[in-house]
Design a protein around this ligand. Structure first.
Ligand code: C5J
Length: 234
């Protein structure tokens, strides 16, 4: 595929996808963040604000699978014995309901509990790596870097929640590791609309100091052309 047809309109300038070297990384689209009674709710947030990212992300995930991109999912959560939960994270916020406490979707932010699951609309399929992380960044204390490099990935399309926390932290980690990051503005979300906008602005400022920002509408036609090329090869 030539450069022109694989170029996505983005800010601060166009982003050219390199077929075979692009992965879609979906950050923490878990019930714990998107549904009432989970971690996001326990922190006092209106979890309905994250729902807007779901429909466009469903379309991007389908298009990425059709184009045979590597698709990686992440989940934030902790071991049932909480041995990977730092005292600092456990104590933070002084909320009544803490990580590990019982909630309507099981223990809050604990692996294996219903709330820890990725929402059904975006559930991983066989062959898609799922990265369990205890921190905000998807590279911290995980094998994500090895998984991406082992597949020859140099570019990441990043979506998920929340824009200013786990998305931003992961983009910064990825950028320092030499990955080029294209963040999807409408497939990310925050409990704080201002932080969403600021989080995206910080990524693309200063000539794209951490990466690029584009809409799913700009990406989808490019993925669909890539899928067409894939069909042609089959
Ligand atoms: C947060 C996340 N916000 N996935 N986690 O605590 O952004």
């Amino acid at each position: 595929m030539s450069e022109g047809v694989s170029t996505v309109a983005a800010e601060p300038y166009a982003f050219t996808l390199k077929p075979g070297a692009v992965a879609l990384v979906i950050i923490d689209m878990q019930r714990d963040f998107l549904e009432p009674g989970g971690f996001g709710d326990a922190l006092g947030n209106d979890v309905s604000l994250l729902r807007a990212a779901v429909p466009p992300l469903i379309d991007v995930l389908a298009a990425a699978r059709a184009a045979e991109l590597v698709v990686v999912h992440t989940r934030e959560g902790h071991r049932p014995d909480l041995s990977d939960l730092t005292p600092a994270k456990h104590a933070r916020g002084r909320f009544a309901t803490k990580i590990g406490d019982a909630g309507p979707m099981g223990r809050i932010l604990v692996r294996g509990e219903p709330g820890h699951d990725i929402i059904p609309e975006l559930a991983p399929v066989a062959g898609e790596p799922v990265i369990d992380k205890s921190g905000k960044g998807a590279f911290f204390a995980t094998d994500l870097d090895a998984i991406l490099r082992g597949r020859g990935i140099t570019q990441l399309i990043i979506a998920g929640v929340t824009t200013e926390v786990c998305v931003n932290t992961t983009v910064r980690e990825a950028n320092d590791r030499g990955f080029e990051c294209l963040v999807l503005s409408d497939c990310t979300g925050s409990y704080f609309p201002d932080f969403h906008e600021a989080g995206l602005a910080m990524i693309k400022a200063q000539g794209g100091i951490f990466g690029w920002v584009a809409s799913s509408a700009a990406l989808l036609p490019v993925l669909s052309r890539m899928a067409g090329d894939t069909d042609g090869k089959a």
